[in-house]
Design a protein around this ligand. Structure first.
Ligand code: 6PG
Length: 233
């Protein structure tokens, strides 16, 4: 599969380019089918993109915005990806977007996979665009190196859209080792996959993953998915 780098001198330039690319994908489906679907990551990097997207006049009431991954905490928790997306994106012009989160009342993520898959099955078609992030350990979505459930999430014959994983605790995971994530085959079905990263450190992590550390999850995903990499210092 191919990875294409789109590098910018400044973050605002990267955000504008990724906003335009994403809007084009969503508009195409809104025009053709009357609905569109965007899968988005949490973390912190996408905040300016979500702010920019929230200012775009789009038929947001017909856009499903689904989480790429979630930490197993309540939706009002400061580390909740869903809370982050709601706070940065679901406002202004995008206030009517339909947010599809992954958190359920189940105590453990592993007990919730069937419920979350049923929820995602209501999204009528494959994602028009998927927005990924990258961790310093080479994880993307919640596909963490060495995580319990990782091989199942990478099973390209697997039919599931979402899978529960349990990461090895690290500075990167924080306390939230239980995760729900889109699977590799679900990401591979998307029409467009963008990986948004900033800073020299992440660029190095990604370059190393794509060259010599091919067992890191982001590199494994790049084996099965075409990825547009958006980078700015
Ligand atoms: C998560 C995220 C994760 C994120 C990367 C990058 O829940 O941990 O969704 O996949 O995209 O960890 O995070 P930052 O943008 O904060 O660097």
């Amino acid at each position: 599969m191919t990875t294409a780098w789109h590098c910018y001198d400044r973050r605002d330039m990267m955000v504008a380019a990724l906003r335009d690319a994403t809007v084009a994908k969503l508009r195409e489906s809104l025009t053709k089918y009357g609905r569109a679907a965007w899968a988005v990551s949490g973390g912190s990097t996408p905040a300016p993109l979500f702010e920019a997207m929230s200012a775009v006049p789009l038929d947001w009431a017909h856009v499903d915005v689904a989480l790429v991954d979630e930490r197993w905490v309540g939706t009002d928790h400061p580390r909740s990806n869903e809370a982050f997306v709601r706070g940065c994106l679901k406002k202004n012009k995008a206030k009517d977007a339909r947010i599809i989160g992954m958190k359920t009342p189940h105590e453990h993520a592993a007990e919730a996979a069937a419920t979350v898959n049923a929820r995602y099955a209501l999204i009528p078609r494959a994602f028009d665009s998927v927005l990924l992030g990258l961790g310093p350990d080479g994880h993307t979505a919640s596909l963490f190196p060495g995580a319990e459930g990782l091989e199942k999430a990478f099973d390209m014959k697997g039919k599931r859209t979402c899978a529960a994983l349990k990461a090895i605790k690290s500075d990167v995971t924080g306390d939230e080792v239980e995760r729900m994530s889109l699977t590799a085959p679900a990401i591979a079905c998307a029409h467009h996959v963008a990986l948004m990263i900033t800073g020299e450190d992440k660029k190095k992590v990604l370059q190393e993953a794509l060259s010599t550390k091919r067992d890191l999850p982001v590199a494994r995903l790049a084996e099965v998915v075409d990825i547009d990499i958006y980078w700015a210092p």
